[in-house]
Design a protein around this ligand. Structure first.
Ligand code: GTP
Ligand code: MG
Length: 149
């Protein structure tokens, strides 16, 4: 089954948006398989965003992600990677559609409250990067037959 790594960034935690953000994925019908509050070390932030290393904003991005605790989540479901990206909205919150997390809750790219993996491969890579073995829980949701025919 497809899985994605979703993270409430430090601004989302500080602004009290954790419950709201978790709710959006819960209500959509995806399954939570991992969840923790975590202070991200610099090295991990750099590894997570290594593809952006050459960007001029890389140092401020690392500073942002390590500026306070984040909430790390693993979510599972059919098409969860692309669907979560749609629920999250465009990188720049001013361009994100109303109804999306960033469109409803944020105003600036450098404070866009949430992360979502951009491919199933990166979903797996990022879950392995942010979670230890034993922190991911496989369970059967009683709702499956009400979510899928
Ligand atoms: P993530 O889900 O966090 O990966 O965002 P994304 O996939 O929508 O965007 P991308 O992977 O291109 O960039 C990663 C993150 O870097 C963004 O979510 C922003 O937090 C930050 N970022 C991207 N572009 C800029 C920028 O121009 N300035 C600043 N300050 N931050 C940026
Ligand atoms: Mg990205």
């Amino acid at each position: 089954v497809e899985e994605t790594y979703i993270m409430v960034k430090p601004d989302g935690v500080q602004r009290g948006l954790v419950g709201e953000i978790i709710s959006r994925f819960e209500k959509k019908g995806f399954k939570l398989t991992g969840l923790k509050l975590f202070q991200c070390p610099k090295e991990l932030a750099e590894e997570h965003y290594k593809d952006l290393k050459a960007k001029p904003f890389f140092p401020v991005l690392i500073e942002y992600i390590t500026s306070g605790p984040v909430v790390c989540m693993a979510w599972e479901g059919v098409g969860v990677v692309a669907s979560a990206r749609k629920l999250i909205g465009s990188t720049n919150p001013l361009q994100a559609e109303p109804g999306t997390i960033r469109g409803d809750l944020a105003v600036q790219t450098g404070r866009n409250v949430v992360h979502g993996s951009d491919s199933p491969e990166n979903g797996k890579r990022e879950i392995a990067l942010w979670f230890k073995e034993g922190e991911i829980v496989q369970w059967t949701s009683a709702l499956v037959s009400w979510l899928r025919e």
